[in-house]
Design a protein around this ligand. Structure first.
Ligand SMILES: C[S@@+](CC[C@H](N)C(=O)[O-])C[C@H]1O[C@@H](n2cnc3c(N)ncnc32)[C@H](O)[C@@H]1O
Length: 218
């Protein structure tokens, strides 16, 4: 790590989220969040950080301060209508996030409240919409992309195809819920992780639980 890097670590500790990210509803463990933050602090010096799948803002509460410490911002992309497994009748449905009027899930009010409470409105920019549609029109090269959106095969591949090519050389691709052993969880995130390695465009950096971190080659 360079002298600048060490300084960056200090900055993260000086300006963390004002609330514990683990107090925000979500699906990211503390050690995964810390690994994500460290990656964003390094890759954020190359360009902005973008996450696909913000839900109520837990991962953004790790990534936002890291992006800020690196002198950039986090684009937090989500249509805020929930993934398949968040819908009524599914395992990860939370009725308190249901919008009666819209007859749909709506995580945006919660996301917005949490980002404000975390003191991150200066460095977390919400992108509200369908990931592949936003990717089609996105032209800014990115320092880091974190994929944690829909977990169907189509959704995962759409996110990989839409965003991986926008990562700058030296930048980082992070993928959540990557389970090499099928007994531990669903296949789509693992399949795009494998695709990224097979493409020859990425090399593996590390694994923290189910969080895979890869570096974009030059
Ligand atoms: C597993 S949750 C994200 C969890 C979050 N990163 C955390 O730390 O708690 C997945 C999110 O992806 C969003 N999502 C799923 N498919 C999407 C798509 N095609 N475009 C935008 N957002 C999508 C859902 O609305 C949901 O909020």
């Amino acid at each position: 790590m360079t002298g600048d890097g060490a300084k960056g670590v200090k900055q993260i500790h000086q300006t963390p989220s004002k609330i514990d990210p683990q107090s925000i509803k979500g699906f990211m463990a503390e050690d995964e969040g810390q690994a994500l933050a460290e990656a964003a602090r390094l890759a954020g010096t190359l360009g902005p950080v973008l996450e696909i799948g913000s839900y109520c803002g837990r991962s953004a509460a790790y990534l936002g301060p890291a992006a800020r410490a690196a002198g950039t911002v986090l684009y937090a992309l989500d249509h805020h209508r929930g993934s398949e497994e968040n819908q009524p009748g599914w395992e990860w449905h939370d009725q308190t996030l249901w919008d009666e009027k819209a007859q749909a899930l709506d995580t945006l009010p919660s996301f917005r409240r949490n980002i404000a409470a975390a003191g991150l409105e200066d460095c977390v920019i919400a992108l509200i919409g369908h990931s592949p549609r936003i990717a089609r029109h996105w032209t800014t090269p990115l320092g880091m992309v974190f994929i944690d959106g829909g977990h169907t095969m189509k959704a995962a591949f759409d996110d990989y195809r839409g965003w991986a090519g926008k990562i700058l050389p030296g930048g980082i691709l992070a993928i959540h819920d990557v389970f090499p052993n099928p007994a531990d969880g669903g296949r789509p995130p693992f399949e795009i992780y494998r695709k990224a390695l097979e493409s020859g465009l990425f090399e593996q950096l590390s694994f923290v639980r189910s969080l895979a971190l890869l570096r974009r080659l030059g």
